[in-house]
Design a protein around this ligand. Structure first.
Ligand code: ADP
Length: 243
């Protein structure tokens, strides 16, 4: 379903992704763990070309690009198959909740406005914000704002949703409601790649856990294998610190 092969990325002289290979099956939830600076966010951003990878191949469904050669059309096609949920929500401040969700459907997908509105209301109800359609982001809690971010991604009907530390900017008491929404949509079989430090979530919801350090995948496996029987010393040390 999603296959990354040999993805590299450098910022100046610093190579932050050293050749990442990763396979994600349809409907799977993959959680990426790792210390700060290990390249997790950069990897997510490379998958939908918010960062341009150096080398490697990205395949999503029946579409594949060779990163070294990707042109505008390839990038557009890749972006159309993915959606991102950001740590800091990245909502339009001057647009309402409903307008935030409709924006991508109308502007990028060129969906007729009425269809886009119906679709947006449907996903906003799904994340528990059916009553907040006309509110502005500043009138919402962080948890509600992030649920708008999730609705916006869902509305696009992507083949995969990429979550970049979706709860790390939230006050602790708001983390639960956002994780509950992610859990619920995971159950619907939407393919997800989630960068998070929420170990409880990783244990319960992930089908597959990947541990990154220094721009490489050090170890990967089922949550059970990774949390109960990590093989690599670096994984053991990381888990000891975080759990
Ligand atoms: P993680 O998500 O695991 O914390 P990141 O992918 O954010 O790691 O960062 C990996 C490394 O790449 C870090 O050393 C970071 O400073 C560097 N980096 C990330 N984005 C940029 C950028 N836009 N310009 C320069 N360096 C960057």
């Amino acid at each position: 379903m999603i296959k990354l092969t040999g993805i590299t990325k450098s910022f100046g002289k610093q190579q932050v992704l050293q050749g990442i290979d990763l396979k994600v099956e349809k409907g799977e939830v993959v959680v990426i763990l790792g210390p700060s600076g290990s390249g997790k966010t950069t990897l997510l951003r490379c998958i939908n070309y918010l960062e341009r990878p150096g080398d490697g191949r990205i395949a999503i469904g029946d579409f594949e690009v060779d990163c070294a050669r990707a042109g505008k059309k390839d990038i557009h096609a890749l972006r159309g198959r993915t959606a991102m949920v950001f740590q800091h929500y990245n909502l339009f401040r001057h647009k309402t909740v409903l307008e935030n969700v409709m924006e991508g459907l109308v502007v990028v997908q060129r969906m007729p406005k009425e269809t886009a509105r119906r679709r947006s209301v449907e996903v906003l109800e799904k994340v528990g914000l059916g009553e907040k359609l006309d509110a502005y982001p500043s009138q919402l809690s962080g948890g509600q704002q992030q649920r708008v971010g999730i609705a916006r991604a869902l509305a696009l009907n992507p083949e995969v949703i990429l979550f970049d530390e979706p709860t790390s900017a939230l006050d602790p008491e708001l983390v639960g409601e956002v994780l509950a929404v992610i859990r619920r949509i995971a159950k619907e079989g939407i393919t997800m790649i989630v960068v998070t430090h929420e170990m409880g979530f990783a244990r319960d919801v992930a089908n597959h856990v990947v541990f990154m350090d220094g721009g490489v995948i050090v170890e990967e496996g089922s949550p059970k294998e990774m949390f109960n029987h990590p093989r690599e010393e670096r994984t053991k040390q990381f888990l000891k610190r975080i759990m």
